[in-house]
Design a protein around this ligand. Structure first.
Ligand code: 7TS
Length: 411
């Protein structure tokens, strides 16, 4: 892929938002797991689209409509390349990871799951990879089961997998990277084991798609979902990859314009995938902005980005481990670009509030991982999540601020 290591400080200058002060301090943005910042090229692409090309897609035969349609479909082709899908027809544009998972639960799950079937998840899933399955289970009588997390070190306990992979399991859905623990799960290995048993697989790539190379053929999954806003793209656009065989057997998710061939008063025929799953006017500008974001990330090299983020997280983790009265979550090594922790006697919200006054954007809370929090016996954690525009100097300042916070709270 990309060869030389990018000049990270030059890339950082592509992000206008980072060049500002908050509360009189230079902004340090450590909340990219929630949403990433956007490079100028993405902002300019959106502006250009609305200033020059805006029209609805697949409908008109006028010049602007053709331009918008071509740009929208070219974004689909770019996305297929971004995740190495076999065909552009396997790419469905959604609103984000959450909608992608709901689409699978409703369209695929609604057709194929029945009472007694098991949906296997992991204990580190985001709510968006739990609640849609619970809703489906309520409707169909299917049950949920979970691959356990080992504890604070945040690994999947794969010693339990054989016992969990019963004949009743019809679907295995799991995150590639945990948004709270930073764990990188062996999704290719898990998909291979599932596939041998005829189990359909879904990978939540919300935290991985913009931070590492993601290859759906190498992973061997049936479905994979991610969000544009976490990979330098706009909010409101996301991607669901679905293997062609799965799409062919799935009924539409929503009905409306764009997804039909003919409509009569009592009968409709539908388009082929992927358009069959995209009812209504799509997020045209979002897809075009996402295209620019994908080009931008791949020019830097997602393998390089992963190494950069990992190095920052490992450094932060090791320095944090030297603190007294700290509790760290997630694996000691091999973690993705984030750290999750608690300082004794300091509530995560207090910590985040004080850090904000010093210009640092952290996140404190359950990170939409309430079941995992319960398992770990905590209500919340503080989380610093990194991207390629973050620097070691920022991490050092963050550690200084944490020292001050410990002193202030007498922890
Ligand atoms: N899956 C994972 C692993 C996530 O981290 C998130 C969002 C989602 C799914 C949902 O993505 P959405 O774009 O559809 O909302 N995670 C976070 C987070 O960690 N803090 O804020 C949002």
């Amino acid at each position: 892929m990309s060869s030389p290591t990018p000049d990270w400080s030059a890339l950082r200058k592509d992000f206008p938002i980072l060049d500002q002060q908050v509360h009189g301090q230079p902004l340090i943005y450590f909340d990219s797991a929630a949403t990433s910042q956007k490079p100028r090229i993405v902002i300019d692409t959106l502006r250009h689209y609305y200033e020059r090309d805006n029209a609805n897609v697949h409908r008109g035969i006028h010049e602007l409509s053709n331009r918008a349609t071509n740009a929208f479909e070219s974004a689909r082709e770019r996305t297929a390349k971004f995740i190495h899908a076999r065909s552009v027809d396997e790419i469905i544009f959604t609103r984000g990871t959450t909608e992608g998972i709901n689409l699978v639960a409703n369209a695929w799950g609604g057709k194929f799951l029945k009472s007694g079937d098991v949906i296997l998840l992991t204990e580190m899933e985001h709510h968006s990879n739990i609640v849609p399955w619970q809703l489906l289970a309520e409707r169909t009588g299917a049950k949920l089961a979970y691959i356990p997390v080992t504890g604070d070190d945040g690994l999947l306990d794969l010693s339990k997998l054989d016992a969990l992979l019963t004949r009743d399991v019809k679907l295995l859905a799991m995150t590639q990277i945990s948004n709270t623990l930073g764990t990188v799960n062996p999704v290719a290995e898990l998909c291979e084991r599932a596939r041998k048993l005829g189990i359909v697989t879904l990978v939540d790539a919300a935290q991985s798609a913009g931070h590492s190379l993601v290859d759906v053929q190498a992973i061997g999954c049936d479905f994979l979902a991610f969000s544009g806003h976490k990979i330098c793209g706009p909010t409101g656009i996301g991607v669901l990859y679905a293997r062609a065989e799965r799409l062919a057997e799935m009924p539409p998710y929503q009905g409306g314009g764009e997804m039909i061939v003919t409509v009569d008063f009592h009968k409709t025929t539908y388009k082929q995938a992927a358009h069959r799953f995209e009812a209504g006017t799509p997020d045209i500008s979002g897809a075009i902005g996402l295209h620019a974001a994908m080009d931008y990330l791949d020019a830097a090299g997602r393998d390089k980005i992963f190494a950069h983020d990992q190095a920052l997280a490992q450094y932060a983790y090791e320095r944090l481990a030297e603190f007294k009265n700290v509790r760290l979550f997630g694996p000691k090594t091999g973690r993705a670009g984030l750290v999750s922790f608690l300082l004794k006697d300091v509530h995560a919200h207090d910590l985040v509030t004080v850090a904000d006054q010093r210009g640092i954007a952290l996140r404190g809370g359950h990170h939409c991982n309430q079941p995992l929090m319960r398992k770990l016996g905590v209500e919340s954690t503080a989380r610093a999540s990194f991207y390629f525009y973050n620097t070691r100097a920022e991490v050092d300042f963050f550690l200084e601020v944490l020292c001050d916070i410990q002193k202030f709270f007498g922890a």
